[in-house]
Design a protein around this ligand. Structure first.
Ligand code: BGC
Length: 782
């Protein structure tokens, strides 16, 4: 495989003038970089679970005309497989499709932590846990890049909500950052060497991430050894000159080089080193050369049917069987009532830049009708989830007349969308009524959920079985039929906790849909994210992290644990004691009983998925190194391991520990003792101590700055006039027809900072004019 050709890139860049080098540093179009001298252009395209290539430059959030591609399951499903070899195969398929369409870099995977289930892009991310996030992402990256196509791991970092995402300041203490929010990125960078990393929209502790030398140069490049290119998220750039100082190589998308003059002026007056320009231009050139060399040395074809089959296999492997009293798999010859419009109009992907235009969509209804004696009743409107009286009556009758029932609940499309956080984390009321009525009509009911993120499921124990299918991609219908009929097992385990009440989560205290500031989010829950919260404070989740049932049974042996210094090997025999092929996910958690700093009760540090035929045994080997025991010591800015006693817990979920062992870890590190938080959410004093500085005041809406959003304009009389003018202009560009897409685009537009208008206007609005407009706006607001 052609490697990074840094020498040739340096040679090509050396022949360019400063002006030409600067041209390389921002895109040529929405989806490509510039061709300058002998440096070729490289084409970039979404997305994380299927190629989202736009035929035109229309927009950057999936509203334009996408070319047909295979829609693989969304990130929640991919993570729920816990199956790295499978995900490498998915990655390779994504890579082949990208290559066939001339795409050099695929913009994904996204691996931000699921801090709160209401996050609008939670469906697009993997897990609440950094080890799962990092390893799943690394497997996908290895797969894509094995086909000669680059990836862009995103969004680096602290981008865990959609509301005001383009100017929000995520206030996160360093230990939490290192142990939760950066760790997944560290894993993917170290394990799979992505070609590129995409910085996020938000600020992190006051700095725009694309301007943070600490994040991009100190941590990403110097500490983790990242050698690739760093690009901005689309229209995220706030101060390009500072971005270049920090190490942000490429601004995306392109426009007519709106920053070029300011960059040149900064080089001239010495406030920006010419070396920064050269280094970034070289990285752009290396990327482009590599992409071209790969493209020229490989075929541009792929087997569509094989990719569909892989999408189907993956959807089943990531489907999580949450409860089952033995009703599933369905009885093959008994009559079956399929209820729920999502069986006919599947919910299989979220809204936004991860969207794919599938070349084929399988429905559950067709797949079941082909194989079972099936009746069908839609019961609700798939766009609104409303259940009419006649719909309900028909569904009830159909349920009562059948031997067994599958009720599919597809959460309406707009509910899971980029750009919009969800205030509703509850199941639609109409669905709750429907479930109760159908279960009453026929207790042999299996409920299937098609949604992107955890919901509060108050009736979870009522149906005979409950299946979380998430957003399973274009083959989700046939994959679900495979699982329900027992042709394959539901292989998924939750990579996130399902809370009983979302409002009880510590992050809920500082999440936009439940209050808080428009310009700042304080991560006062610190390390208490997901199961780390539930397990530390004894708050039961509805379904725990790691949970998922199968159709066979397993016996777990006695673990053998070998310790050498800070390296630990755990070996355990797993035997399939049932009558079907099945898989088990062996999860290894570390518990530190005697730490001098506060730690969550346990943290997942290793896992492995085993597939076993009936009667077969496999020895599963899990390796831990020092990082499994380390904490980030803020005082010395290092990872340190406290020597002493630890417990390794081996389980089938965070709440289903099957075996454990106490071990002694030898280490001479001295961790700085810090008093721990008493509750799940830090008070002012505790948060200041964790931050090591006073809690920063949230910026107000006034005075206006380049970071003020279009929505902020409404704060003043003159601003309101400008707001309605701009809104009318932008409204005309919204896609016709698709409600969920238009609603998402509206949210994206109202959260757009004024500075993004410069790129969006294609250069008609200049940076200087914008500065003048802001001065006028502020003058008139007094
Ligand atoms: C998203 C990115 C995406 C980019 C290009 C942004 O709005 O945050 O994830 O890759 O647009 O579509």
């Amino acid at each position: 495989m052609p490697k990074l050709d840094t020498e040739r890139a340096a040679h090509l860049v050396a022949r360019l003038s400063t002006k030409e080098r600067i041209r390389l540093l921002s895109g040529a179009t929405m989806w490509s970089t510039e061709t300058v001298g002998d440096v070729p252009s490289v084409s970039l395209s979404n997305g994380p679970n299927g190629l989202g290539k736009q035929a035109s430059d229309a927009d950057h959030v999936g509203g334009g005309d996408l070319i047909p591609a295979t829609c693989f399951p969304s990130a929640s499903v991919l993570a729920s497989t816990w199956d790295e070899p499978l995900l490498e195969r998915v990655g390779a398929a994504l890579g082949r499709e990208a290559r066939a369409e001339g795409v050099g870099v695929l913009l994904g995977p996204g691996l931000n932590i699921k801090r709160h289930p209401g996050g609008g892009r939670v469906f697009e991310y993997f897990s609440e846990d950094p080890v799962v996030s990092g390893r799943v992402a690394a497997a996908l990256v290895r797969g894509v890049q094995s086909e000669g196509v680059g990836t862009s791991v995103k969004h680096f970092a602290g981008n865990n909500q959609e509301t005001d995402r383009m100017r929000l300041d995520s206030v996160i203490d360093e230990r939490t950052l290192r142990e939760i929010y950066l760790r997944g990125f560290e894993i993917v960078v170290r394990e799979s060497a992505p070609w590129t990393v995409m910085t996020s929209y938000n600020r992190l502790n006051g700095e725009h991430t694309g301007e943070s030398e600490w994040l991009i140069t100190r941590i990403l490049r110097e500490e983790w050894g990242f050698e690739g290119l760093v690009m901005s998220d689309w229209m995220a750039v706030h101060d390009r000159v500072q971005g270049l100082r920090a190490g942000l190589d490429l601004e995306m998308p392109g426009g007519p080089g709106v920053w070029d003059d300011r960059i040149a002026a900064a080089v001239d007056d010495g406030s920006l080193a010419a070396d920064s320009i050269e280094a970034s231009a070289q990285r752009v050139a290396s990327l482009a050369l590599r992409a071209r060399a790969e493209a020229e040395s490989r075929p541009r074809t792929y087997d569509r049917e094989a990719h569909h089959a892989l999408a189907r296999e993956t959807a089943a492997a990531g489907t999580v069987l949450l409860t089952n009293d033995g009703m599933l798999p369905l009885h093959p010859r008994a009559s079956l009532a399929v209820i729920g419009a999502a069986a006919e109009h599947p919910r299989f992907q979220g809204v936004g830049s991860a969207a794919v235009n599938p070349w084929r969509v399988d429905t559950l209804l067709d797949a079941l009708r082909d194989r079972a004696n099936t009746t069908y009743s839609p019961a609700y409107d798939p766009r609104t989830s409303e259940v009419s009286d006649t719909g309900l009556a028909e569904a009830r009758d159909a349920a009562a007349a059948a031997d067994q029932v599958v009720l599919v609940l597809g959460v309406p499309g707009g509910a899971e969308a980029e750009g919009v956080d969800r205030s509703e984390v509850t199941m639609p009321e109409s669905f709750t009524i429907l479930v109760r009525e159908i279960v009453r009509a026929n207790p042999r009911t299996a409920v299937v959920l098609a949604n992107g993120a955890p919901l509060e499921i108050t009736w979870a124990d009522e149906p005979a079985a409950l299946v979380e299918a998430y957003l399973g991609g274009q083959a989700s219908g046939s994959a679900l039929a495979d699982v329900l009929l027992g042709d394959v097992e539901p292989g998924g385990r939750l990579a996130e906790s399902f809370p009983i009440r979302t409002a009880d989560l510590p992050a809920a205290r500082n999440f936009p849909t439940s209050g808080g500031s428009r310009t700042q989010t304080q991560y006062r829950e610190g390390l208490h994210v997901g199961y780390r919260f539930h397990d530390t404070f004894g708050v039961a989740p509805r379904f725990p992290f790691g949970h998922g049932l199968g159709y066979t049974t397993f016996a777990w042996g006695v673990p053998v644990v070998t310790v050498t210094g800070t390296d630990v090997i755990v070996e355990i025999d797993i035997t399939n004691t049932g009558h079907r092929l099945g898989s088990e996910v062996v999860q290894l958690y570390v518990h530190d009983p005697e730490s001098s700093v506060h730690r969550p009760d346990q943290t997942l540090e290793a896992f492995a998925k085993v597939h076993l035929a009936p009667g077969h045994t496999r020895s599963v080997r899990l390796a831990l190194d020092e990082r499994a025991f380390a904490i980030w010591d803020v005082a010395s800015s290092r990872w340190l391991v406290e020597g002493g006693r630890y417990e390794v817990r081996i389980g089938a979920s965070s709440r289903d520990i099957r075996a454990s062992a106490h071990i002694e870890i030898e280490s001479a590190d001295r961790v700085t003792a810090v008093p721990g938080p008493i509750g799940p959410v830090a008070d002012d004093h505790e948060f200041e101590r964790a931050l090591g500085r006073p809690i920063p005041a949230a910026a107000g809406i006034l005075p206006f700055t380049v970071d003020s959003t279009i929505d902020d304009l409404r704060a003043t009389w003159f601003g309101r006039r400008l707001h309605s003018m701009v809104s009318r202009m932008l409204e005309r560009q919204l896609p016709a027809g698709d409600d969920s897409m238009s609603a998402m685009m509206r949210a994206v537009i109202s959260g757009m900072p004024l500075r993004a208008m410069v790129v969006a206007s294609g250069g008609k609005l200049t940076l200087d004019t914008l500065d003048r407009v802001i001065r006028v706006l502020n003058a008139l607001s007094r």
